[in-house]
Design a protein around this ligand. Structure first.
Ligand code: NAD
Length: 263
Protein backbone atom coordinates (compact mmCIF):
# COMPACT_ATOMS: atom_id res chain seq x y z
CA UNK A 1 0.00 0.00 0.00
CA UNK A 2 1.18 3.53 -0.74
CA UNK A 3 2.30 5.70 2.17
CA UNK A 4 -0.20 8.38 1.27
CA UNK A 5 -3.52 8.30 -0.52
CA UNK A 6 -2.50 7.92 -4.15
CA UNK A 7 -5.00 8.34 -6.98
CA UNK A 8 -2.41 8.52 -9.78
CA UNK A 9 -3.98 7.96 -13.16
CA UNK A 10 -7.49 7.37 -11.79
CA UNK A 11 -10.19 8.86 -14.01
CA UNK A 12 -12.77 10.73 -11.96
CA UNK A 13 -16.11 12.45 -12.52
CA UNK A 14 -17.25 14.96 -9.90
CA UNK A 15 -20.83 16.25 -10.15
CA UNK A 16 -21.62 19.59 -8.56
CA UNK A 17 -17.97 20.27 -9.25
CA UNK A 18 -18.36 23.99 -9.93
CA UNK A 19 -18.86 24.94 -6.28
CA UNK A 20 -18.46 24.07 -2.63
CA UNK A 21 -17.71 20.52 -1.51
CA UNK A 22 -17.64 19.26 -5.12
CA UNK A 23 -15.07 21.80 -6.27
CA UNK A 24 -12.89 21.38 -3.18
CA UNK A 25 -12.96 17.59 -3.52
CA UNK A 26 -12.21 17.72 -7.24
CA UNK A 27 -9.18 19.89 -6.41
CA UNK A 28 -7.93 17.39 -3.85
CA UNK A 29 -8.42 14.47 -6.24
CA UNK A 30 -6.27 16.31 -8.81
CA UNK A 31 -3.62 16.96 -6.15
CA UNK A 32 -3.63 13.23 -5.32
CA UNK A 33 -2.96 12.35 -8.95
CA UNK A 34 -6.40 11.80 -10.43
CA UNK A 35 -7.54 13.07 -13.80
CA UNK A 36 -10.82 14.88 -13.22
CA UNK A 37 -13.84 16.04 -15.19
CA UNK A 38 -16.32 18.26 -13.36
CA UNK A 39 -20.04 18.33 -14.16
CA UNK A 40 -22.56 20.95 -13.10
CA UNK A 41 -25.90 22.50 -14.05
CA UNK A 42 -24.27 25.93 -13.68
CA UNK A 43 -22.55 26.00 -17.05
CA UNK A 44 -21.23 29.51 -16.49
CA UNK A 45 -19.29 28.49 -13.38
CA UNK A 46 -17.66 25.38 -14.83
CA UNK A 47 -14.80 26.98 -16.76
CA UNK A 48 -13.63 29.09 -13.83
CA UNK A 49 -13.74 26.13 -11.45
CA UNK A 50 -11.90 23.89 -13.92
CA UNK A 51 -9.21 26.53 -14.23
CA UNK A 52 -8.85 26.88 -10.45
CA UNK A 53 -8.52 23.16 -9.82
CA UNK A 54 -6.76 22.00 -13.00
CA UNK A 55 -9.61 19.75 -14.14
CA UNK A 56 -9.08 18.12 -17.52
CA UNK A 57 -12.61 18.72 -18.70
CA UNK A 58 -16.05 20.06 -17.94
CA UNK A 59 -19.54 18.93 -18.86
CA UNK A 60 -22.75 20.86 -18.24
CA UNK A 61 -26.15 19.36 -17.52
CA UNK A 62 -28.90 18.56 -15.07
CA UNK A 63 -28.42 15.34 -13.08
CA UNK A 64 -32.22 14.90 -12.99
CA UNK A 65 -32.27 14.39 -16.78
CA UNK A 66 -31.37 10.86 -17.88
CA UNK A 67 -30.34 12.22 -21.30
CA UNK A 68 -28.07 14.85 -19.71
CA UNK A 69 -26.49 12.26 -17.41
CA UNK A 70 -25.87 9.90 -20.30
CA UNK A 71 -24.15 12.73 -22.17
CA UNK A 72 -22.14 13.91 -19.14
CA UNK A 73 -20.80 10.41 -18.49
CA UNK A 74 -20.08 9.98 -22.21
CA UNK A 75 -18.25 13.35 -22.21
CA UNK A 76 -16.19 12.19 -19.24
CA UNK A 77 -15.25 8.92 -20.91
CA UNK A 78 -14.48 10.85 -24.09
CA UNK A 79 -12.01 13.14 -22.28
CA UNK A 80 -10.46 10.62 -19.89
CA UNK A 81 -10.80 7.34 -21.84
CA UNK A 82 -12.81 5.70 -19.05
CA UNK A 83 -14.16 6.25 -15.58
CA UNK A 84 -12.81 4.81 -12.32
CA UNK A 85 -14.13 7.17 -9.65
CA UNK A 86 -17.31 9.18 -9.15
CA UNK A 87 -18.10 11.76 -6.50
CA UNK A 88 -21.79 12.75 -6.58
CA UNK A 89 -21.85 16.18 -4.95
CA UNK A 90 -24.62 17.85 -7.01
CA UNK A 91 -27.43 18.80 -4.66
CA UNK A 92 -29.83 21.55 -3.63
CA UNK A 93 -31.30 22.62 -0.32
CA UNK A 94 -34.98 22.98 0.45
CA UNK A 95 -37.43 25.67 1.46
CA UNK A 96 -37.43 25.27 5.26
CA UNK A 97 -41.24 25.08 5.41
CA UNK A 98 -43.45 22.44 7.05
CA UNK A 99 -44.99 19.77 4.82
CA UNK A 100 -48.49 21.29 4.85
CA UNK A 101 -47.14 24.56 3.47
CA UNK A 102 -44.81 23.13 0.83
CA UNK A 103 -45.61 23.02 -2.87
CA UNK A 104 -45.53 19.38 -4.09
CA UNK A 105 -43.64 20.42 -7.23
CA UNK A 106 -40.89 22.03 -5.19
CA UNK A 107 -40.74 18.96 -2.89
CA UNK A 108 -40.38 16.74 -5.95
CA UNK A 109 -37.59 18.83 -7.47
CA UNK A 110 -35.53 18.73 -4.26
CA UNK A 111 -35.99 14.95 -4.02
CA UNK A 112 -35.15 14.56 -7.70
CA UNK A 113 -31.90 16.54 -7.68
CA UNK A 114 -30.56 14.93 -4.52
CA UNK A 115 -31.82 11.36 -4.97
CA UNK A 116 -32.78 10.68 -8.58
CA UNK A 117 -29.73 12.60 -9.77
CA UNK A 118 -27.45 10.47 -7.62
CA UNK A 119 -29.22 7.33 -8.84
CA UNK A 120 -28.90 8.30 -12.52
CA UNK A 121 -25.19 9.16 -12.29
CA UNK A 122 -24.43 5.93 -10.37
CA UNK A 123 -26.43 3.98 -12.95
CA UNK A 124 -24.72 5.49 -15.99
CA UNK A 125 -21.16 5.48 -14.60
CA UNK A 126 -21.85 2.05 -13.13
CA UNK A 127 -22.33 0.60 -16.61
CA UNK A 128 -18.67 1.41 -17.36
CA UNK A 129 -17.50 0.16 -13.95
CA UNK A 130 -19.42 -3.12 -14.32
CA UNK A 131 -17.86 -3.65 -17.75
CA UNK A 132 -14.32 -3.05 -16.43
CA UNK A 133 -15.03 -4.79 -13.09
CA UNK A 134 -13.62 -1.99 -10.96
CA UNK A 135 -14.55 1.40 -9.62
CA UNK A 136 -15.41 3.44 -6.56
CA UNK A 137 -18.28 5.86 -5.96
CA UNK A 138 -18.95 8.27 -3.10
CA UNK A 139 -22.40 9.82 -2.73
CA UNK A 140 -23.47 12.66 -0.44
CA UNK A 141 -26.09 12.17 2.23
CA UNK A 142 -26.33 14.58 5.18
CA UNK A 143 -26.99 14.69 8.90
CA UNK A 144 -30.49 15.58 7.66
CA UNK A 145 -30.66 12.12 6.05
CA UNK A 146 -29.84 10.41 9.36
CA UNK A 147 -32.19 12.32 11.67
CA UNK A 148 -35.34 14.38 11.10
CA UNK A 149 -35.08 18.16 10.76
CA UNK A 150 -38.39 20.06 10.84
CA UNK A 151 -38.99 21.93 7.60
CA UNK A 152 -36.66 19.76 5.61
CA UNK A 153 -38.84 16.85 4.52
CA UNK A 154 -37.83 16.84 0.86
CA UNK A 155 -34.12 17.13 1.52
CA UNK A 156 -34.29 14.65 4.42
CA UNK A 157 -36.20 12.04 2.43
CA UNK A 158 -33.77 12.39 -0.45
CA UNK A 159 -30.66 12.19 1.72
CA UNK A 160 -32.08 9.18 3.62
CA UNK A 161 -32.71 7.63 0.22
CA UNK A 162 -29.07 8.20 -0.70
CA UNK A 163 -28.05 6.10 2.33
CA UNK A 164 -30.17 3.20 1.12
CA UNK A 165 -29.22 3.61 -2.54
CA UNK A 166 -25.57 3.53 -1.50
CA UNK A 167 -25.88 0.28 0.46
CA UNK A 168 -28.02 -1.32 -2.25
CA UNK A 169 -25.49 -0.54 -4.97
CA UNK A 170 -22.65 -1.78 -2.76
CA UNK A 171 -24.48 -5.10 -2.43
CA UNK A 172 -25.29 -5.32 -6.16
CA UNK A 173 -21.78 -4.48 -7.38
CA UNK A 174 -19.43 -5.67 -4.61
CA UNK A 175 -18.63 -8.97 -6.31
CA UNK A 176 -17.56 -6.97 -9.37
CA UNK A 177 -14.92 -5.04 -7.41
CA UNK A 178 -16.95 -1.83 -7.30
CA UNK A 179 -17.26 -0.04 -3.96
CA UNK A 180 -20.05 2.44 -3.19
CA UNK A 181 -20.01 4.61 -0.06
CA UNK A 182 -21.42 7.94 1.10
CA UNK A 183 -20.54 10.75 3.44
CA UNK A 184 -23.07 12.46 5.69
CA UNK A 185 -21.78 15.99 6.25
CA UNK A 186 -22.93 18.37 8.94
CA UNK A 187 -22.96 22.14 8.35
CA UNK A 188 -20.04 22.92 6.08
CA UNK A 189 -18.81 26.39 5.16
CA UNK A 190 -19.56 26.40 1.44
CA UNK A 191 -20.94 29.34 -0.58
CA UNK A 192 -24.43 27.84 -0.10
CA UNK A 193 -24.20 27.68 3.70
CA UNK A 194 -22.35 30.98 3.98
CA UNK A 195 -25.24 32.65 2.16
CA UNK A 196 -27.74 31.11 4.64
CA UNK A 197 -25.58 32.27 7.54
CA UNK A 198 -25.29 35.77 6.06
CA UNK A 199 -29.09 35.93 5.71
CA UNK A 200 -29.44 34.69 9.31
CA UNK A 201 -31.43 31.59 8.28
CA UNK A 202 -29.05 29.48 10.40
CA UNK A 203 -27.64 30.54 13.76
CA UNK A 204 -23.95 29.53 13.78
CA UNK A 205 -23.78 29.81 17.58
CA UNK A 206 -26.60 27.29 17.97
CA UNK A 207 -24.95 24.89 15.53
CA UNK A 208 -21.62 25.21 17.35
CA UNK A 209 -23.26 24.47 20.72
CA UNK A 210 -25.00 21.37 19.29
CA UNK A 211 -21.75 20.05 17.74
CA UNK A 212 -19.25 18.22 19.99
CA UNK A 213 -16.31 19.65 17.99
CA UNK A 214 -17.97 23.05 18.56
CA UNK A 215 -17.54 24.49 15.07
CA UNK A 216 -18.81 24.20 11.52
CA UNK A 217 -16.84 22.10 9.02
CA UNK A 218 -14.60 23.28 6.21
CA UNK A 219 -15.18 21.74 2.78
CA UNK A 220 -11.59 20.42 2.84
CA UNK A 221 -12.68 18.18 5.73
CA UNK A 222 -15.34 16.63 3.46
CA UNK A 223 -12.85 16.31 0.61
CA UNK A 224 -10.33 14.32 2.66
CA UNK A 225 -13.03 11.84 3.77
CA UNK A 226 -14.14 11.42 0.16
CA UNK A 227 -10.56 10.91 -1.05
CA UNK A 228 -10.08 8.20 1.56
CA UNK A 229 -13.28 6.39 0.55
CA UNK A 230 -12.39 6.61 -3.16
CA UNK A 231 -8.86 5.32 -2.59
CA UNK A 232 -7.38 1.88 -2.05
CA UNK A 233 -6.92 2.85 1.59
CA UNK A 234 -10.62 2.02 1.89
CA UNK A 235 -10.35 -1.15 -0.19
CA UNK A 236 -12.53 -3.19 2.22
CA UNK A 237 -15.04 -0.42 2.92
CA UNK A 238 -18.29 -0.50 1.00
CA UNK A 239 -21.96 0.24 1.64
CA UNK A 240 -21.31 2.67 4.48
CA UNK A 241 -22.48 6.22 5.04
CA UNK A 242 -19.72 7.91 6.99
CA UNK A 243 -20.87 10.82 9.15
CA UNK A 244 -18.36 13.66 8.75
CA UNK A 245 -20.12 15.76 11.30
CA UNK A 246 -17.92 16.83 14.19
CA UNK A 247 -19.80 14.37 16.40
CA UNK A 248 -23.30 15.67 15.57
CA UNK A 249 -24.80 12.17 15.39
CA UNK A 250 -22.94 10.96 18.45
CA UNK A 251 -24.62 13.63 20.58
CA UNK A 252 -27.99 12.72 22.06
CA UNK A 253 -28.62 15.02 24.99
CA UNK A 254 -31.04 17.93 25.22
CA UNK A 255 -29.99 21.50 24.54
CA UNK A 256 -29.87 22.46 28.21
CA UNK A 257 -27.21 19.85 28.89
CA UNK A 258 -25.06 21.51 26.26
CA UNK A 259 -25.37 24.78 28.18
CA UNK A 260 -24.03 23.01 31.29
CA UNK A 261 -21.17 21.55 29.27
CA UNK A 262 -20.25 24.99 27.96
CA UNK A 263 -20.47 26.53 31.41
N1 NAD B 1 -22.73 22.51 2.84
C1 NAD B 1 -23.32 21.76 3.78
O1 NAD B 1 -23.42 22.13 4.96
C2 NAD B 1 -23.84 20.39 3.42
C3 NAD B 1 -24.23 19.54 4.45
C4 NAD B 1 -24.71 18.27 4.13
C5 NAD B 1 -24.77 17.87 2.82
N2 NAD B 1 -24.40 18.73 1.84
C6 NAD B 1 -24.49 18.26 0.46
O2 NAD B 1 -23.22 18.40 -0.14
C7 NAD B 1 -23.39 18.57 -1.56
C8 NAD B 1 -22.66 19.82 -2.01
O3 NAD B 1 -23.21 20.93 -1.31
P1 NAD B 1 -22.45 22.34 -1.25
O4 NAD B 1 -22.71 22.90 0.08
O5 NAD B 1 -21.08 22.20 -1.78
O6 NAD B 1 -23.39 23.18 -2.25
P2 NAD B 1 -23.02 24.14 -3.47
O7 NAD B 1 -24.30 24.83 -3.82
O8 NAD B 1 -21.83 24.98 -3.15
O9 NAD B 1 -22.63 23.10 -4.63
C9 NAD B 1 -23.59 22.28 -5.24
C10 NAD B 1 -23.33 22.26 -6.73
O10 NAD B 1 -24.31 21.37 -7.32
C11 NAD B 1 -24.75 21.97 -8.53
N3 NAD B 1 -26.08 21.47 -8.87
C12 NAD B 1 -27.25 21.79 -8.26
N4 NAD B 1 -28.26 21.17 -8.88
C13 NAD B 1 -27.74 20.45 -9.90
C14 NAD B 1 -28.30 19.63 -10.93
N5 NAD B 1 -29.62 19.43 -11.00
N6 NAD B 1 -27.46 19.05 -11.82
C15 NAD B 1 -26.11 19.27 -11.75
N7 NAD B 1 -25.53 20.06 -10.83
C16 NAD B 1 -26.34 20.64 -9.91
C17 NAD B 1 -24.79 23.46 -8.23
O11 NAD B 1 -24.79 24.26 -9.41
C18 NAD B 1 -23.52 23.64 -7.39
O12 NAD B 1 -22.40 23.96 -8.20
C19 NAD B 1 -24.90 18.63 -1.80
O13 NAD B 1 -25.36 17.35 -2.17
C20 NAD B 1 -25.44 19.01 -0.44
O14 NAD B 1 -26.78 18.59 -0.27
C21 NAD B 1 -23.93 19.98 2.10
Amino acid sequence: MSKTIDLSGKRALVTGGASGIGETTAKLLVELGARVVIADINAGALAGAANRIQAEGVTAGDVVSAADVERMVADTVGVLGGIDLVFNSAGVGDDLVPVHEQEPERWQRVVDVNLKGTYLVCREAGKHMVAQKSGAIVNVSSIVGLGAFPGRSAYGVAKAGVVHLTSTLACEWGHLGIRVNAIAPAYTRTPLVQDLLDRKIFDPGLIERRTPLARLAQSTEMASAVAFLLSDWASYVTGVTLPVDGGWNAYGAAGDVMKVRHG
